[in-house]
Design a protein around this ligand. Structure first.
Ligand SMILES: [Zn+2]
Ligand SMILES: [Zn+2]
Length: 149
C-alpha cells in the first residue's frame, strides 16, 4: 500500500486510516516462506501540529521451523509500532524517523521491516520443546528413547 501524504501534511489535526491486508507470501527468509497467510494491517497516519506520525498494528501468522525439533510450526505475531515521518531528508531527523520519497509512504516496506524485526532469534514450537535426541534423532516430545539414562 502506498499512501500519498502531500495533502495530509497541509491539514493539521487530520488523520488517514490504514486498513488492508498485506500479502508477503513471496517473502523468503532463512530459506523458507514465513508469512504464507495475509497480514492484517490497521492504523493511521496523523498530522499532529504539522508533524506526521504513523501508528499501526500488523497481525500475522508466522510459519517457522523449530530450532530444537526441526518441526514446522505456526505462531501468531503481532507488531505495534509508531514512527515519525519526514517528507524529505533534513539535518535533525531522528533515528526512528521514516523518510518518504516525494511524500509517498510505502506502508508495505515499513510493515515488512517491523515484522522481520519481531521474529525471535530462537524459534521454538513451544517453550518446553524437548527437541531431538542427539544420539538417535528421536523426537523427545513424542516418546523417550533409551540413549540417555
Ligand atoms: Zn520443537
Ligand atoms: Zn535417542
Amino acid at each position: 500500500m502506498r499512501l500519498d501524504l502531500t495533502q495530509l501534511i497541509k491539514s493539521q489535526g487530520i488523520s488517514k486510516d490504514i486498513n488492508y491486508s498485506l500479502d508477503l507470501s513471496n517473502l523468503e527468509l532463512f530459506g523458507y516462506y514465513p508469512f504464507k497467510k495475509p497480514i492484517i494491517v490497521e492504523g493511521s497516519v496523523y498530522n499532529i501540529c504539522g508533524a506526521l506520525v504513523i501508528k499501526a498494528t500488523a497481525n500475522a501468522i508466522f510459519d517457522g521451523l523449530c530450532d530444537r525439533c526441526q518441526k514446522e510450526f505456526s505462531m501468531p505475531v503481532s507488531v505495534e509500532f509508531e514512527s515519525n515521518i519526514a517528507l524529505k531528508e533534513t539535518g535533525d531527523v531522528g533515528q526512528d524517523t521514516i523518510i518518504t520519497n516525494n511524500g509517498m509512504l510505502e506502508v508495505d516496506d515499513i510493515i515488512k521491516e517491523n515484522l522481520i524485526l519481531s521474529i525471535p532469534m530462537k524459534l521454538l514450537c513451544k517453550d518446553d520443546c524437548k527437541g531431538l535426541c542427539y544420539i538417535c534423532g528421536n523426537d523427545l516430545n513424542d516418546k523417550k528413547c533409551n540413549c540417555i539414562s
